[in-house]
Design a protein around this ligand. Structure first.
Ligand SMILES: NC(=O)c1ccc[n+]([C@@H]2O[C@H](COP(=O)([O-])OP(=O)(O)OC[C@H]3O[C@@H](n4cnc5c(N)ncnc54)[C@H](OP(=O)(O)O)[C@@H]3O)[C@@H](O)[C@H]2O)c1
Length: 336
């Protein structure tokens, strides 16, 4: 089969398509024929040696939608040819409050979805939401799950929240926006580009601020939120963005963090204790988060697709993610 392989580190240009053996379904496993896959920032971080536990050579990719190709011994309730999506969280087998210590995610340390076929535990295979196209379904697993847990399970969003979403162009943040609109909360978003802000507004963002042209974007965001500021912040930028987000959240508010694209942040203890705010960490999600997340996509919620690239153009796709030019998810067309 054809697969996108990473055999040496050095950035997106090291990704290349090669022939590798098709995987077989062992006991308790399913082989999925991949139709569409999608990029996450982690795939690019891995090519740059900015991710823990890298082992090469490897087929990258955590997200996929496709059809069941073959079923291993002992697997029940699953038919060959059924349209499916894959939960890439391999280290959260039970439904406890935290994953196991492996932190394993499909695509590293195991071979992932940028391939014509991928083998996964049967428990990680779910029916594709019927309302979604293949491109849309491939876009949701890792980012949609992370956003779900951040927004609902950890952030405990309600319709009365004013949600601040910095860097709304990120794949995960576009899901946070979609979920916040779904529950009817007010949203204030930032981005570095007017084009992305227009797209966010078209998806329902109430206030859109360009952090490149408004040096006081955090003050603008607090004012626009009304009251004493946003009541819920969901952030993956880190750096100065996180520092300022903590500064502007309303007393009693929540700041949920799942990433740090801009690096480490200085935190002012005063901003946290004086305002009695909750700072909450989160990563990926549990099997029940994944199942609950999928249900949202049966009710009209849609992922934001940036572009679809052919598999052979994988380097251009990865470079687009590296540059941070995308709004939403970058999808790879693998098969039909
Ligand atoms: N813990 C978890 O489970 C988990 C899961 C998924 C992702 N993450 C982390 O969350 C972050 C976002 O992931 P993602 O896959 O959504 O990212 P992504 O799709 O690659 O989006 C990156 C976006 O971040 C914004 N950005 C802000 N500062 C940036 C910078 N210095 N360089 C590049 N982009 C910058 C840009 O949007 P604007 O132009 O709109 O600002 C850009 O479009 C990453 O750090 C990722 O590792 C963590």
């Amino acid at each position: 089969m054809r697969a996108v392989r990473l055999t040496e580190l050095g950035g997106p240009e090291k990704l290349h398509v090669a022939d590798v053996p098709k995987p077989e379904a062992g006991p308790g496993q399913i082989v999925v024929r991949v139709k569409r896959a999608a990029f996450n920032r982690r795939d690019v971080f891995i090519t740059q040696n900015l991710y823990p536990g890298i082992s090469l050579p490897r087929t990258l990719g955590s997200d996929a939608c496709g059809v069941v190709d073959s079923i291993g011994e002992g697997v029940q309730g699953c038919a060959v040819g059924a349209p499916v999506v894959i939960n890439p969280e391999l280290g959260w087998a039970g439904d406890g409050p935290l994953p196991d210590t492996s932190g394993d995610i499909l695509g590293m340390p195991t071979d992932g979805t940028f391939a014509e076929f991928v083998v996964v535990p049967a428990a990680n295979v779910y029916a594709k939401p019927a309302a979604l196209s293949d491109d849309e379904a491939a876009a949701i697993p890792l980012a949609g799950l992370t956003a779900y847990r951040a927004t609902f399970t950890r952030g405990k969003i309600t319709k009365d929240d004013v949600v601040f979403i910095p860097g709304v162009g990120s794949g995960v943040q576009t899901f946070v926006l979609a979920y916040a609109k779904h529950v009817g909360a007010r949203t204030v978003v930032t981005s570095g580009s007017d084009e992305k802000l227009e797209r966010a507004k078209a998806l329902g963002a109430d206030v859109a601020i360009n952090y490149n042209t408004d040096a006081d974007w955090h003050k603008t965001a607090r004012k626009a939120a009304g009251g004493a500021g946003p009541t819920l912040v969901v952030d993956s930028s880190g750096g100065d963005t996180l520092t300022k987000s903590i500064d502007i959240v309303a007393p009693g508010g929540r700041v949920v963090i799942y990433g740090g694209t801009r690096g480490d942040a200085k935190v002012r203890p005063f901003s946290i204790f004086w305002k009695h705010i909750d700072v909450l960490g989160t990563s990926m999600g549990s099997p029940s988060d994944f199942a609950a997340m999928l249900k949202l996509f049966e009710t009209g919620v849609k992922p934001a697709i940036d572009r679809v690239f052919p598999m052979d153009d994988v380097v251009s796709a990865a470079e687009r993610v590296l540059a941070g030019d995308q709004f939403g998810k970058v999808v790879l067309a693998i098969g039909e």
